[in-house]
Design a protein around this ligand. Structure first.
Ligand SMILES: Cc1ncc(COP(=O)(O)O)c(C=O)c1O
Length: 392
Protein backbone atom coordinates (compact mmCIF):
# COMPACT_ATOMS: atom_id res chain seq x y z
CA UNK A 1 0.00 0.00 0.00
CA UNK A 2 1.22 3.54 -0.78
CA UNK A 3 2.77 5.32 2.24
CA UNK A 4 0.07 7.07 4.24
CA UNK A 5 -2.75 5.43 2.27
CA UNK A 6 -5.37 2.85 3.16
CA UNK A 7 -6.46 1.65 -0.27
CA UNK A 8 -7.46 4.85 -2.06
CA UNK A 9 -8.01 6.77 1.17
CA UNK A 10 -5.79 8.86 3.48
CA UNK A 11 -2.85 10.85 2.08
CA UNK A 12 -1.57 14.34 2.86
CA UNK A 13 -3.84 16.89 1.18
CA UNK A 14 -2.39 19.94 2.92
CA UNK A 15 -0.94 23.32 2.01
CA UNK A 16 2.80 23.22 1.33
CA UNK A 17 3.46 25.09 4.57
CA UNK A 18 2.13 22.17 6.56
CA UNK A 19 4.43 19.59 4.98
CA UNK A 20 7.57 20.39 7.07
CA UNK A 21 5.94 19.62 10.47
CA UNK A 22 4.22 16.52 9.05
CA UNK A 23 7.54 15.22 7.70
CA UNK A 24 9.29 16.11 10.97
CA UNK A 25 6.62 14.21 12.88
CA UNK A 26 6.92 11.15 10.66
CA UNK A 27 10.69 11.15 11.14
CA UNK A 28 10.33 11.55 14.92
CA UNK A 29 7.88 8.64 15.01
CA UNK A 30 10.44 6.45 13.23
CA UNK A 31 13.24 7.42 15.63
CA UNK A 32 11.52 7.94 18.97
CA UNK A 33 8.49 5.63 19.21
CA UNK A 34 10.48 2.40 18.92
CA UNK A 35 13.22 3.51 21.33
CA UNK A 36 13.55 1.67 24.63
CA UNK A 37 13.44 5.00 26.49
CA UNK A 38 10.08 5.98 24.97
CA UNK A 39 8.55 2.53 25.35
CA UNK A 40 9.60 2.22 29.00
CA UNK A 41 8.28 5.64 29.93
CA UNK A 42 5.03 5.25 27.96
CA UNK A 43 4.31 1.80 29.42
CA UNK A 44 4.93 3.12 32.91
CA UNK A 45 2.61 6.12 32.37
CA UNK A 46 -0.15 3.87 30.99
CA UNK A 47 0.10 1.67 34.06
CA UNK A 48 0.70 4.18 36.83
CA UNK A 49 -1.04 7.33 35.56
CA UNK A 50 -3.75 6.18 33.15
CA UNK A 51 -4.60 3.07 35.18
CA UNK A 52 -4.12 0.37 32.55
CA UNK A 53 -4.93 -2.37 31.93
CA UNK A 54 -8.60 -1.39 32.05
CA UNK A 55 -11.01 -4.16 33.03
CA UNK A 56 -12.84 -6.52 30.67
CA UNK A 57 -16.28 -6.93 32.22
CA UNK A 58 -18.70 -9.77 31.48
CA UNK A 59 -22.24 -8.31 31.75
CA UNK A 60 -24.10 -11.20 33.35
CA UNK A 61 -27.56 -9.65 33.58
CA UNK A 62 -27.68 -8.25 30.06
CA UNK A 63 -26.15 -11.42 28.62
CA UNK A 64 -29.04 -13.44 30.08
CA UNK A 65 -31.53 -11.03 28.58
CA UNK A 66 -29.90 -10.71 25.14
CA UNK A 67 -29.01 -14.38 24.60
CA UNK A 68 -25.34 -13.76 23.78
CA UNK A 69 -22.38 -13.05 26.04
CA UNK A 70 -21.82 -9.31 26.29
CA UNK A 71 -18.33 -8.20 27.35
CA UNK A 72 -17.25 -4.59 27.82
CA UNK A 73 -13.72 -3.23 27.41
CA UNK A 74 -13.81 -0.59 30.11
CA UNK A 75 -12.11 2.53 28.72
CA UNK A 76 -14.52 4.45 30.97
CA UNK A 77 -12.21 3.44 33.82
CA UNK A 78 -9.12 5.10 32.28
CA UNK A 79 -7.99 8.38 33.85
CA UNK A 80 -10.19 11.31 32.69
CA UNK A 81 -12.95 8.82 31.83
CA UNK A 82 -12.32 7.91 28.20
CA UNK A 83 -9.86 6.29 25.80
CA UNK A 84 -8.58 9.71 24.63
CA UNK A 85 -5.88 9.73 27.33
CA UNK A 86 -4.02 6.74 25.74
CA UNK A 87 -3.28 8.95 22.76
CA UNK A 88 -2.57 12.23 24.53
CA UNK A 89 -0.09 10.76 27.00
CA UNK A 90 1.74 9.16 24.05
CA UNK A 91 1.77 12.36 22.00
CA UNK A 92 2.79 14.50 25.01
CA UNK A 93 5.75 12.22 25.66
CA UNK A 94 6.67 12.36 21.97
CA UNK A 95 6.44 16.19 22.08
CA UNK A 96 8.80 16.26 25.05
CA UNK A 97 11.28 13.91 23.38
CA UNK A 98 11.13 16.01 20.17
CA UNK A 99 12.30 18.93 22.36
CA UNK A 100 9.16 21.03 21.85
CA UNK A 101 7.76 22.97 24.82
CA UNK A 102 4.15 23.26 23.65
CA UNK A 103 1.15 21.28 22.35
CA UNK A 104 -1.96 22.51 20.65
CA UNK A 105 -5.10 20.51 20.06
CA UNK A 106 -8.66 20.72 18.78
CA UNK A 107 -11.63 19.48 20.72
CA UNK A 108 -15.35 19.01 20.05
CA UNK A 109 -17.11 17.58 23.09
CA UNK A 110 -14.10 18.51 25.19
CA UNK A 111 -12.91 14.97 26.03
CA UNK A 112 -9.80 15.19 23.85
CA UNK A 113 -9.18 18.74 25.13
CA UNK A 114 -9.32 17.57 28.73
CA UNK A 115 -7.10 14.56 27.98
CA UNK A 116 -4.54 16.80 26.19
CA UNK A 117 -4.55 19.37 29.01
CA UNK A 118 -4.07 16.53 31.52
CA UNK A 119 -1.07 15.08 29.69
CA UNK A 120 0.40 18.57 29.21
CA UNK A 121 0.14 19.31 32.94
CA UNK A 122 1.79 15.99 33.78
CA UNK A 123 4.70 16.52 31.38
CA UNK A 124 5.05 20.26 31.97
CA UNK A 125 4.11 21.40 28.47
CA UNK A 126 2.28 24.58 27.50
CA UNK A 127 -1.09 23.81 25.99
CA UNK A 128 -3.59 25.66 23.77
CA UNK A 129 -6.95 24.04 22.96
CA UNK A 130 -9.07 25.23 20.01
CA UNK A 131 -12.77 24.70 20.48
CA UNK A 132 -15.77 25.86 18.43
CA UNK A 133 -17.65 28.66 20.20
CA UNK A 134 -20.86 26.59 20.12
CA UNK A 135 -19.07 23.72 21.84
CA UNK A 136 -17.52 26.06 24.42
CA UNK A 137 -21.07 26.94 25.48
CA UNK A 138 -22.46 23.37 25.41
CA UNK A 139 -19.44 21.87 27.21
CA UNK A 140 -18.54 24.57 29.73
CA UNK A 141 -17.76 21.95 32.38
CA UNK A 142 -14.96 20.53 30.24
CA UNK A 143 -13.64 24.04 29.46
CA UNK A 144 -13.32 24.58 33.21
CA UNK A 145 -11.46 21.27 33.59
CA UNK A 146 -8.97 22.21 30.83
CA UNK A 147 -8.34 25.58 32.47
CA UNK A 148 -7.79 23.96 35.87
CA UNK A 149 -5.04 21.87 34.26
CA UNK A 150 -3.41 25.10 33.06
CA UNK A 151 -4.44 24.94 29.38
CA UNK A 152 -5.72 27.94 27.42
CA UNK A 153 -9.06 27.28 25.72
CA UNK A 154 -9.48 29.38 22.56
CA UNK A 155 -13.03 29.70 21.15
CA UNK A 156 -13.31 29.47 17.34
CA UNK A 157 -16.00 31.67 15.78
CA UNK A 158 -15.78 30.61 12.12
CA UNK A 159 -18.11 28.25 10.21
CA UNK A 160 -20.55 26.24 12.32
CA UNK A 161 -18.33 26.97 15.37
CA UNK A 162 -17.90 23.26 16.07
CA UNK A 163 -15.22 20.55 15.77
CA UNK A 164 -14.39 20.87 12.06
CA UNK A 165 -13.78 24.62 12.51
CA UNK A 166 -11.63 23.96 15.60
CA UNK A 167 -9.47 21.56 13.53
CA UNK A 168 -9.07 24.20 10.77
CA UNK A 169 -7.99 26.80 13.35
CA UNK A 170 -5.56 24.39 15.03
CA UNK A 171 -3.97 23.42 11.68
CA UNK A 172 -3.49 27.13 10.86
CA UNK A 173 -1.84 27.74 14.25
CA UNK A 174 0.43 24.75 13.73
CA UNK A 175 1.71 26.26 10.46
CA UNK A 176 2.58 29.48 12.30
CA UNK A 177 4.21 27.83 15.33
CA UNK A 178 5.65 24.58 14.01
CA UNK A 179 9.13 25.04 15.45
CA UNK A 180 7.97 25.14 19.07
CA UNK A 181 4.68 23.28 18.92
CA UNK A 182 3.33 19.78 18.31
CA UNK A 183 -0.26 19.37 17.12
CA UNK A 184 -1.77 16.66 19.34
CA UNK A 185 -4.49 15.41 16.97
CA UNK A 186 -7.35 13.65 18.75
CA UNK A 187 -8.56 10.94 16.43
CA UNK A 188 -7.35 8.46 13.80
CA UNK A 189 -8.01 10.90 10.97
CA UNK A 190 -6.35 13.95 9.37
CA UNK A 191 -3.25 13.93 7.15
CA UNK A 192 -0.68 11.14 7.34
CA UNK A 193 0.97 10.34 9.77
CA UNK A 194 -1.84 11.14 12.26
CA UNK A 195 -4.09 8.14 11.49
CA UNK A 196 -1.05 5.90 12.01
CA UNK A 197 0.22 7.71 15.11
CA UNK A 198 -3.17 7.68 16.85
CA UNK A 199 -3.70 4.00 15.97
CA UNK A 200 -0.29 3.23 17.44
CA UNK A 201 -1.33 4.72 20.80
CA UNK A 202 -4.91 3.40 20.85
CA UNK A 203 -4.18 -0.17 19.77
CA UNK A 204 -3.42 -0.98 23.42
CA UNK A 205 -7.23 -1.34 23.75
CA UNK A 206 -7.47 -4.32 21.39
CA UNK A 207 -4.18 -5.87 22.56
CA UNK A 208 -5.37 -5.91 26.15
CA UNK A 209 -8.89 -7.07 25.24
CA UNK A 210 -7.54 -9.99 23.20
CA UNK A 211 -5.20 -11.11 25.95
CA UNK A 212 -7.77 -10.67 28.74
CA UNK A 213 -10.42 -12.54 26.76
CA UNK A 214 -8.02 -15.39 26.01
CA UNK A 215 -7.05 -15.66 29.68
CA UNK A 216 -10.73 -15.83 30.72
CA UNK A 217 -12.07 -18.18 28.01
CA UNK A 218 -9.13 -19.61 26.08
CA UNK A 219 -10.82 -18.43 22.87
CA UNK A 220 -11.18 -15.57 20.40
CA UNK A 221 -14.33 -13.45 20.61
CA UNK A 222 -17.03 -13.91 17.97
CA UNK A 223 -17.25 -10.17 17.36
CA UNK A 224 -15.81 -6.80 18.43
CA UNK A 225 -17.93 -3.64 18.23
CA UNK A 226 -17.00 0.05 18.64
CA UNK A 227 -18.53 3.45 17.90
CA UNK A 228 -16.94 5.56 15.17
CA UNK A 229 -16.57 9.35 15.35
CA UNK A 230 -13.21 10.12 13.76
CA UNK A 231 -12.38 6.49 14.49
CA UNK A 232 -9.74 6.32 17.25
CA UNK A 233 -11.39 4.07 19.84
CA UNK A 234 -12.64 1.83 17.04
CA UNK A 235 -9.30 1.41 15.27
CA UNK A 236 -7.73 0.92 18.72
CA UNK A 237 -10.03 -2.02 19.32
CA UNK A 238 -10.00 -3.37 15.73
CA UNK A 239 -6.28 -3.26 14.86
CA UNK A 240 -5.34 -6.33 16.88
CA UNK A 241 -8.23 -8.34 15.41
CA UNK A 242 -7.95 -7.41 11.71
CA UNK A 243 -5.75 -10.43 10.98
CA UNK A 244 -7.87 -12.76 13.14
CA UNK A 245 -10.16 -13.72 10.28
CA UNK A 246 -12.69 -15.54 12.47
CA UNK A 247 -13.48 -12.36 14.43
CA UNK A 248 -16.25 -10.17 13.02
CA UNK A 249 -15.57 -6.43 13.23
CA UNK A 250 -18.39 -3.89 13.51
CA UNK A 251 -18.07 -0.09 13.57
CA UNK A 252 -21.12 1.94 14.54
CA UNK A 253 -21.94 5.38 13.14
CA UNK A 254 -24.49 7.87 14.49
CA UNK A 255 -27.70 8.10 12.45
CA UNK A 256 -28.91 11.25 14.27
CA UNK A 257 -32.64 11.27 14.90
CA UNK A 258 -33.01 8.41 12.40
CA UNK A 259 -35.72 10.22 10.40
CA UNK A 260 -35.28 9.99 6.58
CA UNK A 261 -32.93 12.73 5.33
CA UNK A 262 -32.08 13.94 8.88
CA UNK A 263 -28.71 15.41 9.79
CA UNK A 264 -26.45 12.55 10.90
CA UNK A 265 -22.82 11.63 11.55
CA UNK A 266 -22.56 8.57 9.32
CA UNK A 267 -20.16 9.32 6.44
CA UNK A 268 -19.31 5.67 5.75
CA UNK A 269 -22.97 4.75 5.33
CA UNK A 270 -24.28 8.00 3.90
CA UNK A 271 -21.31 10.05 2.64
CA UNK A 272 -19.37 10.43 -0.61
CA UNK A 273 -15.60 10.60 -1.33
CA UNK A 274 -13.86 13.92 -0.83
CA UNK A 275 -11.04 15.76 0.93
CA UNK A 276 -11.24 17.34 4.38
CA UNK A 277 -8.62 18.05 7.04
CA UNK A 278 -5.80 16.76 4.87
CA UNK A 279 -7.23 13.32 4.04
CA UNK A 280 -9.14 11.69 1.22
CA UNK A 281 -12.08 9.98 2.89
CA UNK A 282 -15.87 9.70 2.94
CA UNK A 283 -17.65 12.90 3.88
CA UNK A 284 -21.07 14.37 4.47
CA UNK A 285 -21.15 16.96 1.72
CA UNK A 286 -23.32 18.57 -0.92
CA UNK A 287 -23.05 17.55 -4.60
CA UNK A 288 -20.61 20.43 -5.14
CA UNK A 289 -18.38 19.52 -2.19
CA UNK A 290 -19.55 21.85 0.58
CA UNK A 291 -19.34 20.14 3.97
CA UNK A 292 -22.73 19.48 5.52
CA UNK A 293 -23.32 19.99 9.23
CA UNK A 294 -23.33 16.71 11.15
CA UNK A 295 -25.48 15.77 14.13
CA UNK A 296 -25.49 13.20 16.87
CA UNK A 297 -26.82 13.30 20.41
CA UNK A 298 -23.30 12.14 21.28
CA UNK A 299 -21.13 15.22 20.88
CA UNK A 300 -17.99 13.10 20.33
CA UNK A 301 -19.49 11.44 17.25
CA UNK A 302 -20.52 14.74 15.70
CA UNK A 303 -18.02 14.90 12.78
CA UNK A 304 -18.73 14.99 9.02
CA UNK A 305 -15.69 12.85 8.09
CA UNK A 306 -14.05 9.63 9.25
CA UNK A 307 -10.55 8.17 9.53
CA UNK A 308 -9.37 6.70 6.21
CA UNK A 309 -8.50 3.23 7.54
CA UNK A 310 -12.15 2.63 8.42
CA UNK A 311 -13.21 3.44 4.86
CA UNK A 312 -10.67 0.88 3.65
CA UNK A 313 -11.88 -1.76 6.15
CA UNK A 314 -15.39 -1.12 4.83
CA UNK A 315 -14.38 -1.23 1.15
CA UNK A 316 -12.49 -4.49 1.55
CA UNK A 317 -15.37 -6.04 3.49
CA UNK A 318 -13.16 -6.73 6.54
CA UNK A 319 -15.44 -4.64 8.76
CA UNK A 320 -19.13 -3.87 8.70
CA UNK A 321 -20.41 -0.40 9.61
CA UNK A 322 -23.88 -0.10 11.12
CA UNK A 323 -25.93 2.89 12.22
CA UNK A 324 -27.71 3.67 15.47
CA UNK A 325 -30.05 6.60 16.09
CA UNK A 326 -30.31 8.90 19.12
CA UNK A 327 -33.26 7.08 20.65
CA UNK A 328 -31.62 3.63 20.36
CA UNK A 329 -28.46 5.03 21.97
CA UNK A 330 -30.45 6.53 24.87
CA UNK A 331 -32.20 3.19 25.37
CA UNK A 332 -28.85 1.36 25.54
CA UNK A 333 -27.48 4.02 27.91
CA UNK A 334 -30.39 3.46 30.31
CA UNK A 335 -30.25 -0.34 30.02
CA UNK A 336 -26.58 -0.46 30.97
CA UNK A 337 -27.21 1.81 33.97
CA UNK A 338 -30.17 -0.20 35.19
CA UNK A 339 -28.97 -3.75 34.51
CA UNK A 340 -25.23 -3.51 35.13
CA UNK A 341 -24.59 -0.40 37.24
CA UNK A 342 -22.36 1.15 34.57
CA UNK A 343 -22.93 4.68 33.24
CA UNK A 344 -21.68 4.73 29.61
CA UNK A 345 -20.82 7.76 27.48
CA UNK A 346 -23.46 8.48 24.83
CA UNK A 347 -20.79 7.76 22.18
CA UNK A 348 -20.14 4.28 23.59
CA UNK A 349 -23.91 3.76 23.96
CA UNK A 350 -24.10 3.71 20.15
CA UNK A 351 -21.83 0.65 20.02
CA UNK A 352 -23.79 -1.04 22.77
CA UNK A 353 -27.10 -0.18 21.07
CA UNK A 354 -25.95 -1.84 17.84
CA UNK A 355 -25.36 -5.11 19.71
CA UNK A 356 -28.74 -4.82 21.46
CA UNK A 357 -30.63 -3.96 18.26
CA UNK A 358 -28.97 -6.84 16.38
CA UNK A 359 -29.35 -9.49 19.07
CA UNK A 360 -31.42 -11.68 16.75
CA UNK A 361 -28.62 -12.07 14.22
CA UNK A 362 -25.95 -12.79 16.85
CA UNK A 363 -25.70 -16.56 17.53
CA UNK A 364 -26.84 -17.75 20.96
CA UNK A 365 -24.04 -17.64 23.56
CA UNK A 366 -21.61 -15.96 21.10
CA UNK A 367 -19.02 -13.71 22.75
CA UNK A 368 -19.30 -10.06 21.75
CA UNK A 369 -16.85 -7.44 23.05
CA UNK A 370 -18.17 -3.88 22.95
CA UNK A 371 -15.64 -1.11 23.48
CA UNK A 372 -17.03 1.10 26.23
CA UNK A 373 -15.00 4.11 25.09
CA UNK A 374 -15.94 6.42 27.96
CA UNK A 375 -18.10 7.16 30.96
CA UNK A 376 -21.34 9.10 30.82
CA UNK A 377 -21.15 11.63 33.66
CA UNK A 378 -20.52 14.33 31.03
CA UNK A 379 -23.82 13.44 29.33
CA UNK A 380 -26.28 13.82 32.21
CA UNK A 381 -27.61 17.21 31.06
CA UNK A 382 -28.02 15.97 27.48
CA UNK A 383 -29.95 12.94 28.76
CA UNK A 384 -32.24 15.14 30.88
CA UNK A 385 -32.94 17.50 27.94
CA UNK A 386 -33.67 14.53 25.65
CA UNK A 387 -36.05 12.93 28.13
CA UNK A 388 -37.84 16.26 28.76
CA UNK A 389 -38.21 16.93 25.01
CA UNK A 390 -39.61 13.46 24.41
CA UNK A 391 -41.99 13.57 27.38
CA UNK A 392 -40.25 10.69 29.17
C1 LIG B 1 -16.18 8.66 25.04
C2 LIG B 1 -15.93 8.89 23.58
N1 LIG B 1 -16.09 7.87 22.74
C3 LIG B 1 -15.90 8.02 21.40
C4 LIG B 1 -15.53 9.25 20.87
C5 LIG B 1 -15.37 9.37 19.39
O1 LIG B 1 -14.06 9.57 18.98
P1 LIG B 1 -13.24 8.44 18.22
O2 LIG B 1 -14.08 7.97 17.06
O3 LIG B 1 -12.00 9.12 17.81
O4 LIG B 1 -13.01 7.35 19.19
C6 LIG B 1 -15.34 10.35 21.73
C7 LIG B 1 -14.94 11.67 21.20
O5 LIG B 1 -14.88 12.66 21.90
C8 LIG B 1 -15.55 10.16 23.11
O6 LIG B 1 -15.39 11.18 23.99
Amino acid sequence: MKRGYYGDFGGQFVPELLMPPLLELEEAMGKILKSAEFQQEYTSLLKNFVGRPTALTHCQNLSRELGFNLWLKREDLAHTGAHKINNTVGQALLTKMMGKPKMLAETGAGQHGVATATAAALLDLECDIYMGATDVKRQSHNVRRMELFGAKCIPVHSGTQTLKDAINAALRQWIANQRTTHYCFGTAAGPHPFPLLVREFQSIIGREAKQQFKERTGEMPYMVVACVGGGSNAIGMFHEFVNEKSVKIVGVEAAGTGKPGCTNSAPINLGTPGVLHGMNTLLLQTDDGQILPSHSIAAGLDYPGVGPEHVHLHDTGRAEFGMVNDSQAINAFQMLCQKEGILPALESSHALAWAIENKDIIPKDANVIVNLSGRGDKDMDILDDYLAQHGK
